[in-house]
Design a protein around this ligand. Structure first.
Ligand code: TMP
Length: 235
């Protein structure tokens, strides 16, 4: 499958049209940003590593009954996916308090939550992806109540599947961000990516951070962390 024209360039990926009306090619870049693009950099080989890591997770989820946009891997950095209308609501699932939740609620980093916390953010770079709730979603018609119910159920199921898979590989799934999209028949699929850019992974024993927080917080060994995740989830 060949790329035709570039449809969209995001902070970490480019999207291209193909000869197939309902399929697009996603190309993963090495570019890294944080704090809504304020901090910019490159993570060597990130495009290749995230394309592979995300494909492994999407295949695992498909095997476990989650509909995803994945069609097939094309090259080391390119994946063929279903063309979807992305729902402009980012879904964050959290198992352990850290990041913006710890800050907002004054929780100590690393505190286990009594149940998973699910949050919605309005996907809008200019606004810095603000936290929203169902009332905002319905008032702004970002999604219907039925769609949100389905997205929530999928997100919690994805949390269970990924947490179990990762626990067997010595990794705690701390939190992660998901995006969903709809095809022309309004079928909902998991979209975007699942990678160290969009998840927090901690080593189960040492609690060492193995994700983009190493870049966000200038912790060093950024590339090594992405390699470590791919190595642990491969094979
Ligand atoms: P937060 O604690 O900064 O709100 O992040 C929650 C999770 O969402 C974390 O796993 C990182 C991920 N995330 C993204 O994928 N994109 C983003 O723009 C942000 C802010 C967080």
């Amino acid at each position: 499958m060949e790329k035709k024209e570039m449809l969209y360039e995001g902070k970490a990926k480019r999207v291209y049209s193909t000869a197939e009306q309902d399929q697009v090619i996603v190309e993963y870049k090495d570019d890294a940003t944080a704090f809504n693009g304020e901090k910019k950099g490159q993570i060597l080989e990130k495009g290749r590593l995230n394309a592979k890591i995300s494909t492994i997770f999407f295949e695992l989820l498909e095997e476990n009954g989650i509909p995803t946009h994945l069609v097939k891997e094309l090259t080391e950095t390119e994946v063929l996916v279903k063309k979807l209308d992305i729902i402009l609501v980012e879904v964050v699932v959290r198992n352990i308090a850290t990041g913006s939740l710890a800050e907002r609620l004054g929780l100590e980093e690393g505190v286990e939550l009594n149940q998973p916390v699910l949050e919605f953010y309005y996907k809008d770079d200019q606004l810095g992806d603000p936290l929203i709730n169902r009332y905002h979603i319905y008032a702004q018609q970002l999604a219907t109540a039925e769609e949100i119910a389905e997205v929530e159920e999928l997100a919690l199921k994805i949390n269970q599947i990924l947490s179990g898979f990762l626990a067997e590989r010595g990794i705690d799934l701390i939190d992660f961000k998901l995006e969903f999209g709809k095809d022309k028949n309004d079928q909902i699929y998991l979209a975007d990516e699942i990678s160290p850019d969009t998840c927090r992974f901690w080593d189960s024993e040492t609690k060492k951070k193995l994700d983009k927080d190493r870049f966000r917080r200038n912790l060093g060994e950024v590339e090594a962390a992405y390699h470590e995740i791919l190595e642990r989830i491969s094979g």
